[in-house]
Write a protein that binds this ligand. Structure first.
Ligand code: NAP
Length: 304
């Protein structure tokens, strides 16, 4: 039997590259910049027509939340062009419901007006009043995808045991820890992590079962302080040097009071029931990462 042909955008990124590594059951097409630019409708059309994939998984995005924030309100900025216009270009070029958009819990406000953890049935707001600019672009992309009958897979702080090109939430913190540059960690911010290997399994299940709708991949909730001190302890290092602080106090110093969701996170019960699968607790994710080889990184050379 021939393999299902899946076109994956953003296949060089943190999450997409691991999906390609793990989901060997598929025949992948992995176009990337500079030859394939999502913002160029003609280039997208030509590629989709030439490859004629059975599924598209769109990982490609403008993912720098702080840089996106600098473009707030600018629909000619790159964040909007990649995250909204780019998704529109894919949908115009691929007239099929076999489309999966990778999204984020940041499409929700993460505050007490609509606190997480969010389940798959909750509807993201139709206004950007309480979102970051990044969150709003992803929110609008979800809307386009839903209107075209495609599916959405939301993830949150995706983690893997290694990937030299880009740190994730845990590896980024460990680097700061070994360099003695660890900032105080929020002890009152509700977050989750998503094990990228489980994101890959979830995608494989959606495609293999030809499922449609909104799906989540996430652990249960924790806080940055609890998570990182746990990782450091599990690696046999000294977590007592890590200080804690309050996200609520920190947000008072920010231009955008919505910069960090306080009550974020995703629930996965419906996804697990619909796809007959299980997502690990955050402690189990940490243990599995360590089992795969996650360790303390080398200290950065001191600069003279
Ligand atoms: N990382 C997180 O914390 C997080 C959390 C929740 C959701 N997500 C979502 O998960 C998805 C994957 O995130 P990630 O962390 O793997 O992202 P990433 O490492 O930043 O990778 C983004 C990918 O998109 C590609 N890309 C950017 N602009 C493009 C364009 N104009 N045309 C074609 N490709 C373009 C990049 O190509 P180049 O490498 O060539 O630039 C790269 O392959 C994104 O949709 C993101 O919104 C991420």
């Amino acid at each position: 039997m021939s393999k299902t042909k899946v076109l994956v955008t953003g296949a060089s990124g943190l999450v997409g590259s691991r999906f390609i590594e793990l989901a060997k059951v598929f025949d992948f097409v992995t176009p990337d910049l500079p030859h394939f630019d999502l913002t160029d409708l003609e280039a997208v059309r030509v590629l989709v027509e030439k490859e004629n994939p059975e599924w598209i998984v769109n990982f490609a995005a403008f993912t720098d939340v702080n840089a996106a924030e600098q473009q707030s309100g600018d629909e000619n900025g790159l964040a909007w062009k990649v995250n909204v216009t780019g998704v529109g270009n894919l949908l115009k070029s691929f007239k099929s419901k076999n489309f999966i958009q990778i999204s984020t819990d940041m499409v929700f406000p993460g505050d007490l007006s609509q606190p997480g953890p969010y389940d798959e049935t909750q509807v993201p707001p139709d206004s950007n009043e309480k979102l970051t600019w990044y969150g709003w672009t992803k929110n609008r992309a979800e809307k386009l995808v839903r209107e075209n009958g495609g599916s959405v897979l939301r993830i949150i702080y995706p983690v893997r045991h290694n990937f030299d090109i880009k740190p994730d939430y845990i590896r980024g913190a460990l680097k700061k820890y070994v360099d003695g540059k660890m900032y105080p960690l929020f002890m009152d911010q509700q977050i989750c992590i998503a094990f990228i290997d489980e994101i890959s399994d979830t995608l494989q299940k959606i495609i293999e079962t030809e499922s449609q709708g909104t799906f989540h991949c996430s652990s249960d909730t924790t806080t940055p302080y609890e998570l990182i001190t746990y990782v450091v302890d599990q690696l046999g290092a000294d977590s007592s040097v890590i200080k804690s602080t309050s996200v609520l106090d920190f947000l008072k110093t920010q231009t955008n009071p919505n910069r960090y969701p306080v009550w974020g996170g995703l629930k996965t019960k419906l996804t697990e029931e619909n796809l007959d699968m299980h997502h690990s607790s955050w402690q189990t994710v940490v243990e599995r990462l360590i089992g795969q080889g996650l360790g303390l990184p080398d200290k950065s050379p001191t600069q003279s």
